[in-house]
Design a protein around this ligand. Sequence first.
Ligand SMILES: N[C@@H](CCC(=O)N[C@@H](CS)C(=O)NCC(=O)O)C(=O)O
Length: 223
Amino acid sequence: MYILYGGQFTRALIVEMVLAEGRLDYELREIDIVNQEHRAPEYLAVNPAGWVPALITPGGETLYETPAISLYLAEHHGLAHLAPKIDEAERGQFLSGLFYLTDELEPVMKRYFYPHRYVMREEDAPARKQQSIRDAMVCLSVIDQRLATGGPFHLGERFSLVDLMTAYWAAYLDTGKALDPYPALRRCIELVRQRPVLRDKFETWETMRAEYAALQAKGGGVR
Ligand SMILES: N[C@@H](CCC(=O)N[C@@H](CS)C(=O)NCC(=O)O)C(=O)O
């Protein structure tokens, strides 16, 4: 069985979504990142980067990096509804969409979550966060334009891992009317969230966001 190191306030939820899509069994080992468990020697022995998630395969291999873990699961278990095979026509578009998320949006989201790590003075952190929201919106606008010409998913009528990950990340920025200028993106997100196997995961996501906001309001959170 797979062992997933993940838990509250982490993108391990993306991996859980992929595991749900594949109906794959796993044991979840909770790492409390608010209480710094990801920096404890026990976890650093699993992933020296100190990041969550990490996945131990049934064969005992340790995998890390959310997109890599997700793609591995999809390909290893032949989940063709998540990742087109290497010889399928949609493969190029799939890889382009996936790498756009990992190379462009994900680094911006790091600055959004941990702005204090990207400034010289603590008081500049709020401005850093605002800038990362603007940067993220640029990425979402690009995604919206791509979806508007070939949607409703990144691969046209065909859902994939790229849409799942887009819906996960965009949810952080979906406050008030922020996504109103991006109707194609909104439609894609709605379709992903309606997937029966993902519904409870996105509910977990909502709870997680509310709890993290409450924590931050009290001056807590991941440093
Ligand atoms: N590139 C890694 C990043 C993982 C990552 O940053 N995870 C966050 C939780 S969502 C984390 O471990 N944060 C703790 C920290 O940065 O101190 C991935 O995609 O898996």
